[in-house]
Write a protein that binds this ligand. Sequence first.
Ligand code: ZN
Length: 130
Amino acid sequence: MNQETKTVDRMLIKEQVDSLRDGKVVGYTCTACDKDSITPIVRCPECGSGDITTKIFASTGTILTYTIQRVASELFINDVPYAWIIVQLDDGGPRVTGWIPYVSKPEDVAVGDKVKITTSYKPGFMFEKS
Ligand SMILES: [Zn+2]
């Protein structure tokens, strides 16, 4: 990864984080083949096109799978236990990973539960059940 790519990645991630504070999920899409990505990309992994634009995805979705996290990285050490989830965003959006705080038992969360993104002071996508 060269310096120019690193700078572009930082700019894209800042845009995404700033938008999340407003409750908007900004991702990226390839205008050549419509490949969507929640991860910042400067070149399409499917077709190789560099014609990438931002796209706002739904801030709601459905839990595809989850695990209850009881051991976490230093950044989340005061938040355990919580559910680490994979969500299919509504309206054909991409799958994203995120977390739901205060989940300690399997009965607290289920595959198929509807969730929505909430604002958080932590990095990444924090969800709540909707
Ligand atoms: Zn493409």
